[in-house]
Design a protein. Structure first.
Length: 202
């Protein structure tokens, strides 16, 4: 198994080869994640409206899941400002990032500088790469889309959908640097980019 395939399961559970019951559970997870974030940030009325207008079937295949994601983005883009959308989507992250943070920390703890940390990480990992900007800023880059909702369907989505990766990256690097983190999405594959690029500043 390649390093990329292994890490795909850490960013998101890989559905290939899994049972229908597992797919159903995972569809419920994505739907619930979104609705829970909407309830926390915008209240029950908005969450109930989205639930009614854009239900995600337990048995939805990858094509229907992709269309669901696009429809949700169209709704959010048409009703809310970027800052609100970003807050909602950041809370839709699929995990807390601790397993990836642990992998990254082993390079940081052995390095005597941020530049050396970046170099060591890039020499040993392929699921992502880092780019040194300064001693308190790096780029965190993915060579492929890891989102189980959209990665298997050709075509682009709104930038709105990709904001969940900011929540994931924020969680990872808070764990790594033990500081408040500022994350900015610079580029994403499913919005037409060559890779997914998140600026991380601490």
């Amino acid at each position: 198994m390649s390093k990329n395939k292994t890490l795909t399961s850490e960013f998101n559970v890989d559905l290939k080869g899994k049972t229908t019951n597992f797919v159903s559970d995972y569809n419920i997870f994505h739907d619930k994640n979104l609705l829970d974030s909407l309830r926390r940030n915008l209240g029950n009325d908005v969450a109930d409206e989205v639930d009614e207008k854009f239900p995600l079937s337990k048995s939805a295949d990858i094509g229907k899941k992709y269309e669901w994601a696009k429809s949700v983005c169209e709704y959010l883009d048409g009703h809310f400002d970027t800052e609100t959308i970003m807050t909602i989507r950041k809370e839709c992250r699929c995990n807390d990032g601790k397993s990836i943070a642990t992998k990254i920390l082993k390079y940081l703890n052995k390095a005597d500088s941020i530049e050396q940390f970046v170099k060591d990480f890039n020499e040993n990992e392929s699921f992502a790469c880092l780019e040194y900007i300064s001693d308190n800023k790096i780029l965190f880059c993915y060579p492929e889309c890891y989102c189980a909702c959209i990665k298997r369907v050709a075509g682009e989505v709104s930038r709105t959908w990709c904001y969940c990766t900011l929540g994931n990256s924020e969680g990872i690097f808070k764990e790594v640097f033990k500081k408040e983190i500022k994350v900015t999405l610079l580029e994403s594959i499913k919005t037409g980019g060559d890779r997914c690029v998140i600026e991380v500043e601490w």
